[in-house]
Design a protein. Structure first.
Lengths: 567, 359
């Protein structure tokens, strides 16, 4: 650049820095994502195709395939996942339909009840079903000759745990329909069923497919549930756990993890392909659909929601209740013994404090990193051309990677003797990092949605006023996106509190997280303390959610007055 | 040298040519409007001048310095967008003062000075005393005035307006366009505006630049562009018009089907000719009149436009499209025209303008 012809406005070193810092920061982000996301997964991939001597071979796969019982475990995993999908998606669809398309009283309450399973670790459902239908279960007779320890229990608990994930997707799918389509159909005299088949279902088609794929991959990669309630029923996820944690056979674990990754990745590739074909179903001019009261439909759906709600609360409730009685179901005297002796005295309460720390750090580290990276990708334009596509791809990668697979990738990568980051292994820090990576995609997407809704000329205006982009980020972009930022922090905290899958491979006895401790308590037969720990986690996430709502409410009222104003 | 000088500016997006060797010079204090349909390159040109889009080749000179490769912050302009782009979380006062608080502007205004400047700017755009309001509390027109105040607060020497009126309703649009023009004349600030609205361009511009497919079609005053469009595209894009094919009959007389008309300007020796007539230049006469260039035509359709009537005619001229004439409502008062009526019309020789052959 020929600087001689420029007049004396702020020419100097600062200009170059000002032009290059976004690219510099973005490169750092990309490097971090490569080290903590791409490298572990790559190591997993490579590790599985190297034999003991480090030669390229498929011996590990061959050995694994010839292991007796592998065929059965694979078959079990697939048919359970299919069954769970076939049950969960219709259940969640009707529930979502009731929330979005009917006039239910207290619809906010129904929404919370429907999502309540998210408040605890996936193990909560498994523990609850044992308390209801297990050997000492009060409802054991309902199952007749069958036992809950096995496919029945796994299916029930997985349906419970995956229900909110399907519900969230379907609520969104049903929310985005143009009300005018229904008005047009009504004007043409279409019947209720005709409208349902020709408008409702087609417009929710992509949501349904997405929900089915999410539930299927959830079921395939979930291992806490079959571990707790599966008895001797072999599934792939538990097989990995046994290989890696029980036998320290990392190579074998990597092979199973890759097998697990295959159906999940196929599901997400299909989802991606289908989503690409979906065009915005809601134009800017669309009129949102507002349901009108219809007593017959509303009553039927209310009964349905009531039934599901009762089951949901019975599952969450039994865990809380059994944690407070002396010996379920024989001695129902109320006591805090499970908390005082089962947890505090036994030294397990530290696990709870560890989880609080992990959750808080995950939110504190993850939120700024994810939001700033999304901002740099969306609102800055300098740097090499490959940088932004690379980060976009990396940001959506974790969506398809189960925590279990990620955890094994982390072991293989960080536990390698030559790795300079070896010191991270079995620290709190690595658990925080794996959580950020594991839950990266949804956070990235909500940051992106918030950023895209901002006028894209803000940066152009500030640059014309010669205000630095960093100033505009701080004064304008961040305040506007504050609700999304807080939501990302809450999401990261709650998931870090409740997750088991990746952490189970990475903790050391000194910093065991609470959700993992449930697994150990259950293994030791301490179902009471296990329920107590689960209840603690659920209470924490619920409290945090309530605090979050109150905080955002006041924050938005005090500092964001502009949101409420109308002329 | 002109205040703003664009030399051979080109820009491609993949296979799409957004700007094709653009040459334009804008004088100090001039109001120039870039006009054209969407995708013609007018916005790209504006963004290239702002430094928001980097040209592939060519130069931009502003106030005697080459800014072709200067980053936006080192160019000297204020910009207003169609979407207003006001910061919703800041008050009107903070929005207008946004550029004043920057250390890099060299304005060296204190807090009090900045406050005074904001108050002055709001008076200038006719919205005094609204500093404490938030953008969402204002109407679209008010928001755009605030955006204008913000762009002008740092006293730039060039004002860029990117479809500033397109998001407003019809009444507000007409009101604000005269306000912007007045303000611009008062401040004497060189201004470049992008629009696709020909009426807006005609009413505001000192000069209009008509663009199509990344190329400049014609540059001229609104009167020039309207009266003497240089090609079919400009004629079609600016106002309504009739394009008529004719064959040469005599020195200055041409045959349009069965109608013969004398043309004042033509003198070209080709056998085939094309002419251009504005609908309002067609005159209505009593049926027995025999003025020069008069002929009879049958009314096919009339359209009431408020101040005028648009009349579609069958004139026996053997053209692809029927002849369209526009008569003032005032003039037709009490003499309504119905479909099927026979009218005596004329096209005065000086209003029959010769056009180049279309490609």
């Amino acid at each position: 650049m020929n600087t001689r012809v420029l007049p004396n406005i702020g020419v100097g070193v600062s200009r170059n820095w000002g032009a290059y810092w976004p690219a510099g920061l973005l490169l750092l982000s990309a490097a971090a994502l490569c080290v903590f996301m791409l490298a572990p997964l790559g190591t997993l991939l490579i590790g599985s195709v190297l034999d003991e001597q480090g030669h390229l071979s498929l011996t590990r796969f061959v050995n694994f395939a010839s292991t007796p019982g592998v065929g059965t475990a694979t078959w079990n995993t697939l048919w359970i996942a299919t069954l769970v999908t076939l049950i969960t998606v219709p259940l969640a669809f009707v529930y979502a339909y009731a929330l979005q398309r009917a006039c239910l009283p207290l619809s906010g309450v129904w929404r919370i009840v429907g999502l309540s399973a998210l408040a605890g670790p996936s193990l909560v459902g498994a523990i609850a079903f044992i308390q209801w239908f297990g050997n000492q279960g009060v409802l054991k007779s309902w199952l007749g000759e069958q036992t809950v320890y096995g496919p029945i229990g796994i299916t029930l608990a997985t349906v419970y745990a995956s229900f909110p994930h399907a519900l969230m997707l379907l609520v969104v799918a049903l929310a985005t329909t143009d009300g005018r389509l229904y008005e047009a159909a009504e004007a043409l005299g279409a019947s209720r069923w005709r409208k349902f088949w020709t408008i409702t279902l087609p417009s929710a088609k992509y949501g349904l497919i997405s929900a089915a794929l999410v539930v299927f991959s959830y079921s395939v990669s979930e291992f806490g549930i079959p571990k707790v309630i599966g008895g001797n029923f072999p599934v792939l996820a538990v097989e990995i756990y046994i290989q890696v944690v029980g036998m320290h056979n990392f190579g074998r674990g990597a092979v199973v993890a890759l097998l697990l990754l295959a159906p999940v990745l196929m599901a997400f590739a299909a989802d991606w392909y289908i989503q690409r074909k979906q065009h915005a179903s809601l134009s800017a001019r669309a009129v949102p659909y507002v349901p009108r009261p219809d007593p017959r439909r509303d009553l039927a759906l209310l009964v349905y929601c009531g039934l599901i709600g009762v089951i949901m609360l019975a599952i969450l409730g039994i865990a809380g209740y059994t944690s407070l009685v002396r010996f379920w179901p024989y001695n129902l005297e109320m006591t805090l013994d499970h908390y005082l002796f089962g947890l505090a005295e036994a030294g397990v309460l530290n696990a709870y404090l560890n989880s609080l720390t992990i959750g808080a750090l995950t939110a504190l580290v993850g939120t700024p990193f994810i939001f700033v990276t999304a901002y740099l990708v969306e609102k800055t334009h300098t740097g090499p051309a490959w940088l932004r596509p690379l980060i976009r791809a990396l940001a959506t990668l974790p969506m398809g990677v189960p925590g279990l697979v990620l955890g094994i990738g982390y072991i293989l990568f960080f536990n390698a003797p030559g790795n300079p980051l070896n010191g991270l292994y079995q620290t709190l820090a690595i658990m925080v990092l794996v959580n950020v990576v594991h839950y990266y995609t949804p956070c990235h997407l909500s940051a992106l949605t918030a950023l895209k809704s901002i006028d894209r000329e803000f940066e152009a205006v500030s640059v014309s006023l010669r205000v630095s982009q960093a100033t505009t980020f701080w004064r304008v972009t961040l305040p506007i996106c504050l609700p999304a930022v807080l939501e990302i922090a809450r999401y990261l905290f709650i998931n870090a509190m409740t997750t088991v899958s990746a952490l189970v491979f990475l903790y050391s006895p000194g910093n065991m997280p609470a959700s993992v401790s449930i697994l150990h308590l259950d293994e030791a037969g301490d179902l009471g303390p296990a329920a107590a720990m689960a209840t603690l986690i659920v209470l924490t996430t619920i409290s945090v959610s309530v605090l979050y709502s109150i905080a955002t409410h006041f924050l938005l009222r005090r500092h964001q007055a502009w949101r409420q104003l109308k002329r | 040298m002109a205040h703003l000088e664009i030399k051979q500016l080109s820009k491609r997006f993949g296979g799409f040519t957004a700007l094709d060797r653009i040459e334009l010079s804008v004088a100090q204090g001039e109001f120039v409007v870039l006009l054209g349909p969407s995708g013609c390159g007018k916005t790209t040109l504006l963004r290239a001048i702002a430094g928001l889009e980097r040209q592939d080749s060519g130069q931009i000179w502003h106030a005697g310095r080459d800014i072709s490769h200067a980053p936006p912050a080192q160019r000297d302009y204020g910009i207003v967008f169609q979407s207003y782009a006001l910061f919703p979380n800041l008050t009107v006062g903070d929005n207008v003062a946004y550029g004043l608080k920057s250390r890099r502007t060299g304005h060296a205004l204190g807090a009090v000075g900045a406050q005074q400047r904001v108050a002055d700017m709001l008076v200038l755009v006719g919205l005094p005393g609204i500093e404490e309001k938030y953008p969402t509390q204002l109407s679209g027109g008010q928001q755009q005035r605030v955006a204008l105040a913000r762009a002008l607060a740092t006293s730039p020497h060039l004002l860029l307006l990117d479809e500033p009126l397109s998001a407003l309703d019809a009444i507000e649009r007409v009101r604000l366009r005269s306000e912007i023009r007045q303000l611009q004349s008062k401040l004497g600030i060189t201004t470049l505006m992008v629009t696709h609205d020909q009426e807006e361009a005609l009413s505001m511009a000192d000069r209009i630049v008509v663009m199509k497919n990344g190329q400049i079609q014609q540059i001229g005053t609104p009167q020039d562009i309207y009266r003497a469009p240089c090609n079919d595209f400009v004629a079609d894009f600016i106002g309504r018009g009739n394009l008529l094919d004719a064959t040469s009959q005599d020195q200055a007389v041409f045959k349009f089907g069965r109608v013969s008309l004398r043309c004042a300007s033509a003198g070209l020796g080709h056998a085939a000719h094309r002419f251009y007539v504005r609908p309002e230049d067609i005159c209505l006469h009593s049926i027995t009149d025999t003025t020069e260039n008069s002929f009879t035509a049958t009314v096919k359709k009339t359209e009431f436009m408020g101040s005028s009537y648009l009349v579609t005619l069958d004139a026996d001229m053997e053209q692809n499209k029927p002849l369209v004439a526009q008569f003032s409502s005032n003039y037709l008062e009490g003499r309504p025209i119905h479909p099927g009526a026979l009218l005596r019309l004329s096209i005065p020789a000086e209003h029959l303008r010769s056009m180049p052959q279309s490609l």
